[in-house]
Design a protein around this ligand. Structure first.
Ligand SMILES: NC(=O)c1ccc[n+]([C@@H]2O[C@H](COP(=O)([O-])OP(=O)(O)OC[C@H]3O[C@@H](n4cnc5c(N)ncnc54)[C@H](OP(=O)(O)O)[C@@H]3O)[C@@H](O)[C@H]2O)c1
Length: 264
């Protein structure tokens, strides 16, 4: 087999041979996936890194990742449909798509991924694929939290903890778009950024006491601490959605749910 043939059957992918910081990541080669019947092959243009990946890479989610190496990285991606398995419908080769490889899978940091078409959506026109890759996990989490779990209504008061983070920044923008009065908590250096996202109020979480805040109709928490304290800020009938996978740090081998929990 010559190099060309071999390269045609492999692809570059981000790998790790041990748990640790970002320095454990390297680019290696793995078999290029072929789309099974009903699957889509996507040529990945960009992927993003979020907190779940950092927990997996550092070894704090070993029930999820296992301990066999090399391991892969990456959950969400944006790219172009490059091939279709037999019988796959709903997408066409060349479509610009974004998606998530799966709830507990890490493999989008690579040249190609295969997924079911249900895991894909079309990237809106005018959005470049690098920017698009930042949104699948954070954006769907924000939509699930505000629309499906909290049922946020126009005019309600929304508090976002971690408003400058990946999920929180999406929640602030979506909350504003849904017509809520948005208060974002972030560190001082991030307050202007949170305001540019559309928050009506941006407050330094390091200097404010929770007792100085509220009341709120909906609290979305991405910090994972003091949940009872923040829940007390709710109006009667208020809803709180706790998203932080804080158990990663509390219990080293705990397997975290990847869907938001509502404490309504
Ligand atoms: N990313 C996803 O798609 C996703 C999906 C589901 C669940 N989650 C979970 O949601 C949590 C956040 O994820 P992420 O990706 O958004 O992380 P991230 O980008 O690192 O953002 C986390 C934010 O939390 C803020 N923060 C830390 N301590 C805080 C405190 N005491 N009060 C208020 N804000 C505080 C930080 O803001 P400052 O720097 O301004 O202090 C930081 O911007 C993680 O537990 C993650 O596992 C993430």
């Amino acid at each position: 087999m010559n190099d060309r043939t071999m390269n045609d059957r492999t692809m570059k992918a981000v790998l790790l041979d041990r748990f640790g910081g970002p320095e454990v990541l390297y680019v290696g080669r793995v078999p290029r996936p072929e789309p099974a019947p009903g699957e889509v092959l996507v040529r990945v243009h960009a992927f993003s890194v979020n907190r779940g990946e950092m927990a997996a890479r550092s070894g704090r989610a070993q029930l999820l990742t296992g301990r066999k190496f090399p391991q892969r990285s990456g959950q969400d991606f944006a790219g172009e449909v490059a091939g279709l398995g037999t019988g796959t419908t709903g997408v066409t080769v060349g479509d610009r798509v974004w998606g998530i490889v799966g709830r507990s899978a890490f493999r989008s940091a690579a040249e190609y991924v295969t997924v079911r078409p249900q895991r894909l959506g079309r990237v809106p026109d005018g959005l470049d694929l690098v920017a698009a890759a930042a949104l699948p996990a954070t954006g769907t989490t924000a939509v699930t939290a505000l629309r499906d779990k909290a049922a946020l209504r126009p005019g309600e008061r929304l508090l976002v903890r971690g408003a400058a983070g990946g999920v929180g920044s999406a929640v602030v923008q979506l909350g504003k778009a849904y017509g809520a009065q948005v208060t974002g908590l972030a560190r001082a250096a991030n307050l202007d950024f949170v305001r540019t996202l559309g928050a009506h109020h941006a407050i330094d979480h390091r200097t404010v006491s929770p007792a100085e805040l509220g009341p709120f109709d909906v609290v979305v928490d991405t910090a994972g601490t003091d949940l009872r304290t923040f829940r007390r800020l709710l109006n009667p009938g208020g809803r709180m959605v706790a998203l932080a996978l804080d158990m990663y740090s509390a219990v080293p081998n705990w397997r975290a749910p990847c869907t938001p929990r509502s404490t309504r």
